[in-house]
Design a protein around this ligand. Structure first.
Ligand code: FES
Ligand code: FES
Length: 158
């Protein structure tokens, strides 16, 4: 059955006619051409598809697009402002926190949420609360360093 889904996505409104079984991940990639969000396992195990739904991180392969009607979705394309990268994106570049890059948008979205949740107080805490985001290239030490740097800068600003 087709349904109408209205999403507030990356600051604009998109109206889609979709089969009610379409996931948020497929809606974003295949219907909105926002291909920064990656499909790894398609079963909630890798975190590559992480996006923000009403500001909270979700694995978009386990969310139906129809559940998101009227809600706010942010993908990696929606980070940053006025042509500038988000501080987490900058830190990932500075710390070389990726190799092939396949997991990176999911890592970054998860990191943005983690910082917002106040769960980046130590390396151990970052590792624990980023554990749903897998990196087959093993860039974990650099990812942790990037997130901790942003957390420190945020802490100094407060
Ligand atoms: Fe969604 Fe792996 S593609 S968790
Ligand atoms: Fe290759 Fe993480 S950078 S999977």
């Amino acid at each position: 059955m087709d349904v109408t889904v209205r999403l507030a996505i990356n600051g604009r409104v998109a109206e889609l006619e979709l089969d009610n079984r379409v996931t948020l991940l497929d809606a974003v990639r295949d219907h909105l051409d926002l291909t920064g969000t990656k499909k790894g396992c398609d079963q909630g195990a890798c975190g590559a598809c992480t996006v923000l739904l009403d500001g909270k991180r979700v694995v978009s392969c386990l969310v139906l697009a129809a559940q998101c009607d009227g809600r706010e979705v942010t993908t990696v394309e929606g980070l940053g402002a006025r042509g500038r990268r988000h501080p987490v994106q900058e830190a990932f570049v500075r710390h070389d926190a990726f190799q092939c890059g396949f997991c990176t948008s999911g890592q970054i979205m998860s990191a943005v949420a983690l910082l917002d949740e106040g769960r980046a107080g130590s390396d151990e805490e970052v590792r624990e609360f980023m554990s749903g985001n897998l990196c087959r290239c093993g860039a974990y030490p650099n990812i942790v360093a990037a997130i901790r740097e942003v957390a420190r800068v945020d802490g100094e600003r407060r």
